[in-house]
Ligand binder design. Structure first.
Ligand code: SAM
Length: 451
């Protein structure tokens, strides 16, 4: 799921309750759980505010932990430590906060007093936060030596991005800590980006087009409040992800002429169906949407129904085609492979804290196996688009190059390659950047030789 973009902490809900909620999210992430399901467990009324605070806390967690270490050499029990780190993250970095630093401290202490798990740590938290307010400049300076504090990413992640992108690593890490805007993909079967921008402007909602099918909102909104949601006029999808369907179809539409059978396309890791839907919005083709996760396959069905589209949805393991393939080769295959998600840290700030260094090699091995298994299912002359939402070269460039080198019938076509995360508001513009506003992604187009 694409998370809903940040919204301001709700004015109706007291700040101390939102702080408690954000601390519970941090506890869950520290326990290895991803933020999206943890947020689903939060009371609906609290959720927007808790999400905004938790997003901020996770973007500043490295700094907050370094500050906590300066304030107390031994961490307090986990619940109190989570609350203290959330408050420190907010105190040292939220310029847009609608409360003063002193209110934040009072409310953090109130949050501690109102829970049995933190009650006995309330005065410790009070002492730490008040000392932080008194000595902020000196404490921040002390943490400047720590890359974890400066970049708010684990050391191994910083080292890896630096190795993979020696001249761009700082801009990538900076972009990861920025807020991503809400980007929509317009359903071209129902309306156009230009018409949709007009509809938004008529409602005083700032928006501008991006790429061929996208619209960026200048301020985040709940998607259900936007015009045409129920009618399927748009989906939420980052601009980089919107490149997948056109990349696959551009090469195939040339061969799909009048009187030819409809294109047969396999979307091999399809759930929740973002790219499946885009394929169907752009072309009259038969798409098999395959995913190993039955629950996530239900989301494909729901999304396609809302958009007025149809695919053949199959629950199955892409690395075992014997269990689901009918033996007829495909004209095109989209392999949006499982990956570390290191390119979408702007939208999922928990990812960097959840991953382990060994995950890269483990996921790369799965990607290698999926590529090798699916290739024989492609017709001669057909195309396979391989993509991951990762900036790590092991999951992108190295994967595609190794595949092309070991498959003489594969031609690596001119492809976007590594797109690096990029915000249009601040930061550098990478030369490979197609649209100035997108997540990190990797794309390779592989064509199968005809004979
Ligand atoms: C990056 S997500 C796909 C996003 C999707 N393409 C979209 O645009 O909405 C990767 C998906 O791969 C699925 N997956 C992982 N291993 C798989 C396998 N062996 N076979 C099929 N699907 C798999 C996961 O369940 C997950 O839904």
């Amino acid at each position: 799921m694409q998370p809903q973009p940040n919204s301001s902490p709700s004015a109706q809900v007291p700040l101390w309750r939102q702080l408690q909620g954000a601390a519970s999210i941090l506890l869950a992430v520290r326990d290895g759980q991803s933020m999206t399901p943890a947020l689903d467990d939060v009371d609906a009324q609290l959720r927007p505010g808790v999400q905004a605070l938790a997003f901020h806390a996770l973007r500043w967690l490295g700094r907050a932990e370094a500050l906590r270490q300066q304030l107390a050499k031994r961490p307090p029990p986990p619940e109190a430590d989570a609350l203290l780190c959330v408050a420190l993250a907010l105190a040292c970095g939220d310029e847009a906060a609608p409360y003063t630093a002193h209110t934040l401290v009072d409310q953090a202490v109130e949050a501690a007093k109102r829970s049995d798990a933190t009650l006995h740590q309330a005065s410790f938290i009070n002492g730490c936060l008040r000392r932080f307010l008194r000595e902020q400049g000196a404490l921040m300076a002390l943490t400047e030596k720590s890359p974890l504090a400066v970049w708010n990413h684990p050391q191994w992640w910083i080292d890896r991005v630096r190795k993979d992108h020696p001249t761009q690593w700082q801009d990538i890490l900076r972009a990861n800590n920025s807020r991503a805007p809400l980007i929509l993909r317009i359903n071209e079967r129902k309306t156009t980006p230009a018409q949709y921008v007009q509809a938004l402007l008529a409602m005083d909602i700032g928006a501008f087009p991006i790429g061929d099918h996208g619209v960026v909102l200048t301020e985040a909104r709940p998607v259900m409040s936007l015009p045409g949601f129920t009618e399927g006029h748009f989906s939420v999808q980052d601009a980089a992800a919107q490149l997948a369907a056109p990349l696959l179809l551009d090469g195939l539409m040339a061969v799909a002429g009048e009187g030819q059978p409809r294109l047969r396309i396999l979307d091999a890791c399809a759930a929740p169906g973002g790219k499946t839907a885009h394929l169907l919005e752009l072309a009259d083709c038969d798409v098999t949407a395959l995913d190993i996760d039955a629950k996530r396959c239900e989301r494909i069905a729901q999304n396609l129904t809302r958009l007025g589209l149809q695919a053949h949805i199959v629950v199955g393991d892409a690395s075992r085609p014997g269990n689901w393939w009918d033996g007829r080769p495909y004209d095109g295959i989209l392999l949006d492979a499982p990956c570390t998600a290191s390119g979408i840290v702007r939208r999922h700030p928990d990812v960097r804290w959840l991953r382990r260094p060994t995950d890269i090699a483990q996921l790369a091995a799965i990607q290698t196996r999926l590529l090798a298994t699916l290739w024989p299912l492609l017709k001669p002359g057909g195309r396979l688009v391989y993509c991951t939402c990762s900036v790590f070269r092991a999951e992108g460039e190295q994967q595609a190059q190794a595949f092309a080198a070991s498959h003489p019938d594969a031609v690596l076509m001119p492809s976007p390659g590594h797109l690096l995360p990029q915000g249009s508001v601040k930061g550098a513009v990478f030369p490979d950047n197609l649209m100035r506003e997108h997540d990190g992604f990797y794309y390779a187009v592989l064509q199968k030789r005809s004979a």
